[in-house]
Design a protein. Structure first.
Length: 114
């Protein structure tokens, strides 16, 4: 699985982040946890789905970059709202995919430039 280095976390996840990531990566069930990923369809901004869908190995292999974790669907929606607002503040558009991809490129360039 591919996790965004600066993962966006819902307020209820912050103290449990490492435990949840470990369980998801090991294919263990998690209760009421939602993942936010880059959209599988490039015309959409992001996808939100239950982490337990990744218990199915074919879906886990196809999972795009995971950018956020939330507890409950409402918190997942709130996290997406925060991401869109951050994108708007930084770029004056709502192209979250492009914004996150640019951040990834900047991180990679920073690592090779050290």
């Amino acid at each position: 699985m591919n996790w965004y280095k600066k993962l966006y976390l819902g307020d209820n996840i912050k103290k449990k982040e490492k435990k949840i990531i470990r369980r998801v990566e090991r294919g263990k069930p998690v209760r009421d946890i939602y993942l936010i990923t880059l959209a599988s369809n490039p015309e959409n901004l992001l996808d939100i789905f239950r982490a337990n869908l990744l218990l199915q190995k074919p879906l886990a292999r196809m999972c795009p970059l995971i950018v956020g974790i939330a507890e409950g669907y409402g918190e997942a929606l709130e996290l997406v709202r925060r991401l869109v607002e951050e994108t708007w503040r930084c770029r004056r558009d709502t192209d979250v995919r492009s914004y996150l991809e640019d951040l990834l490129k900047e991180e990679a360039a920073g690592r090779t430039g050290d």
